[in-house]
Design a protein around this ligand. Sequence first.
Ligand code: SF4
Length: 360
Amino acid sequence: MGRGSICGFGYSMDELIVFFGSEYGKGAYHAEALFRQLYTGGNAEVSGTQEYRPAAELAEKVERDFKVCLPEVGMSQDDAGTRKFSLSLEDGAITESVIIPMVESETLCISSQVGCSRGCTFCETAGMGLLRNLKTDEIIAQWAVAHFDLGTKPRNIVFMGMGEPFDNFDAVIRAVDILSDQRGAAIPKRRISISTSGHVVGIRQLMELENRFPDRGYRTIRLAVSLNASNDDIRSRLMPINRIWSMKELKSALLDSPQSHKKDALYFEYVLIPGVNDDEQHADELNRWMEGMVAKVNLIPYHPTGSSPWSEPDEESLKLFHSVILSSGRECRTRRSRGKGIEAACGMLGKYSRLSRSVL
Ligand code: SF4
């Protein structure tokens, strides 16, 4: 795969304005035109725009400095239309992203890291270890390729690809800020979900941002917590992060965050694994743990891969678990993973990247 140049996507509008002042002696007028061109055209070709027509020399400098050439895309698609694509970055690292067709729109699932250090036992990405964090422009490039190259208009963005987003907090939040800017991609923060394995410091950092900048809408970002257990014993076995931050600490952080007091802002993801976390008692215990939080539950039947130690849950245990959660008055959906056939379902990204690590 060819490697692109995507640095233009790394700047917020404010940063572009500062850059234009210091580098070119120009201001917001020209910076905004570049920002618009990047997010409506997918390139930095400003020379044809009204703002740059009388400023050919400036246009030449801008096009030289902000050259955008999106990385080449490797893609696969399943019968239901779920598409997985990977991008080859400048150093050879590979990102993976998934476009999931919804009833009237599409959801884009993006990666925040190449690999992941968190070691969840049910996750394919964990097997890669962490290769590196993605930079802001590399995160945004995944949206840009989905939009400009693959012709989709993702309505929702979910950070559920490779990586623990809060382990790459600054780059992820910068990407969220840029993607939600009305003058560019204009994806509202309430349509962006950050999926965390229970990174308490990250949850609290987001809360600090919400408090420091109440007008920026950080409180509307959705949090999806990959929970997968109803007590510390099971969770620590499945997810090593629980040995750092227990379920008590996690709940305390969530109770402090605005997301746990608002409808549609907090989700618990629960991969149902037979013989591990799928008993009726686990569902009861989970209900008790969630008390006090306004949150929905997404149940995800575990799907085994080649080397999996567990099997797929049967319909009966799924239905029983589902009904116990519902009986507490909480909303619960059983989410059939999409894209299983192309290794694009939850916890399956990274398999191909791992295979290609030898050529990095
Ligand atoms: S589930 Fe998420 S946090 Fe856990 S190893 Fe996989 S990518 Fe990392």
